[in-house]
Design a protein around this ligand. Structure first.
Ligand SMILES: Cc1ncc(COP(=O)(O)O)c(C=O)c1O
Length: 413
């Protein structure tokens, strides 16, 4: 059998998660606790202690973002500045709040370009979303100065940067409110989940009030999220035999597992069963992971350092060196286009995936429904197809990172 290395595919998944899911899945008498239990409050308390501000959980980062914008007073006719090279669900959150996304171009490090933000400002702008793409810190000093000067509310999108400290201060605590994601590709993962770090105390009652009124996640949907764990655990193990791929495909087709982004969301439409509260069962997955965050991020930095040292292919451009980045992915660029390298690596057992290959990811999202006007962010349009995500998660050993580096080096040689 050939060993397969993945960038995506639930990269943080551990046996502990599979066991936690099993405790619920194998005991239908415990299904009454899928939504009800003490884990959500325990996770919120632990996260609040971690950040030093109240933390309120939701079913996902996208739902959390929607409530963050509403808490800042964003509504009909308002504009929200957001970087191009983001996820379609970020745009949906803005649109569902009644506002119009205004796309700001990016710098070579995939974060927002403050000069373009200044150019794109109009009198209708109400809020700014600052995203730390792949864990790389955005230019907080310039962007916050701009927001303060214009009286904009600031949401910090820390979906990719749990535990990162920029200039010594935790990601998620710089703006009025910080958004966290616990989706399956993130630093911490409960398959699905999200939260708000409420820095501006004036927003807390509203955010908490909305959370309390939310419905529970439908039980069938919670079960799908839990089933994700055993399916991916064994699907990844059997992938090299060929059957793992079909196993995961069948699970998806039979609706046994969740979707990270639902087809309706890619068309810019809402999904009926969200927003909802974070289920107890998913909080049980999250809770022990909070203790692991520092070690997980240290590991990611170590793997990133190996890529930086060992990848010497002149066709590849490294991300800027940034000590504060948590390198959710180590994203290199191939100015001639990334697809051939992705295919080359796949033939050698490395699935680098296609996360963030378009201005609005995933690439099959309806870019027009998202209100993106082609040509409005030329750097994002140029950089997106050049980017390749190398994995840094806890399953990537030093020798796997060296193997990946060698494959990248042999490309085009
Ligand atoms: C930058 C960014 N923000 C927000 C989100 C949404 O997070 P969630 O999947 O928890 O809704 C994502 C999802 O990948 C993302 O990439």
């Amino acid at each position: 059998m050939r060993q397969v290395i993945f960038t995506g595919f639930s990269p943080n998944l551990t046996w502990r998660d599979v066991k936690t899911a099993g405790v619920f899945l194998l005991h239908p008498l415990r299904w009454k606790n899928l939504n009800r239990g003490v884990a959500v409050e325990a996770a919120e308390n632990k996260l609040s202690a971690y950040f030093g501000f109240p933390v309120v959980t939701f079913d996902s980062g996208r739902s959390a973002l929607y409530f963050a914008l509403r808490a800042l007073g964003v509504g009909d006719g308002d504009e929200v500045l957001v970087q191009a090279y983001t996820c379609v669900v970020v745009i949906n959150a803005i649109r569902f709040a009644g506002a119009r996304p205004v796309y700001v171009d990016i710098k070579d490090d995939f974060t927002m370009d403050p000069d373009d933000a200044r150019r794109k400002l109009t009198g209708r702008a109400r809020a700014l979303i600052i995203q730390h793409t792949f864990g790389q810190g955005a230019d907080l000093t310039a962007l916050l100065a701009l927001a303060r000067a214009q009286g904009l509310g600031v949401v910090e999108d820390a979906a990719h940067s749990f535990g990162a400290r920029y200039q010594g201060k935790l990601a998620g605590t710089w703006g009025d409110i910080g958004m966290l994601s616990f989706g399956s590709d993130k630093v911490l993962s409960s398959v699905r989940g999200g939260a708000l770090v409420v820095v501006n105390a004036k927003l807390l009652d509203r955010v908490r009030g909305w959370q309390e009124k939310l419905p529970a996640m439908p039980i069938a949907v919670v079960l799908q999220h839990l089933l994700h764990l055993p399916f991916f655990w064994w699907g990844k193990r059997w992938y090299g035999y060929g059957i793992g791929k079909w196993f995961l495909y069948a699970a998806k087709k039979l609706n046994l597992t969740n979707k990270i982004i639902y087809p309706a969301e890619k068309r810019g439409e809402a999904v009926s069963f969200f927003p909802s509260r974070l289920p107890n069962a998913l909080a049980c997955l999250l809770l022990p992971q909070i203790n692991d965050a520092a070690a997980v991020n240290e590991h990611r930095r170590g793997i990133a350092a190996i890529y930086r040292r060992q990848i010497t292919n002149p066709l590849a451009i490294h991300p800027p060196e940034d000590e504060s980045s948590v390198y959710l992915r180590y994203t290199i660029r191939l100015p001639a286009g990334a697809d051939p390298l992705v295919r080359f690596a796949k033939e050698r057992g490395i699935l680098l995936g296609d996360w963030y290959t378009a201005v609005i990811a995933p690439a099959d999202s309806d870019q027009a429904a998202a209100g993106y006007a082609e040509g409005s962010c030329p750097a994002a349009e140029r950089l997106a197809p050049q980017s390749v995500n190398l994995p840094t998660d806890r399953l990537i050993t030093e020798s796997a990172a060296s193997f990946i580096s060698a494959i990248v080096n042999s490309y085009g040689a």
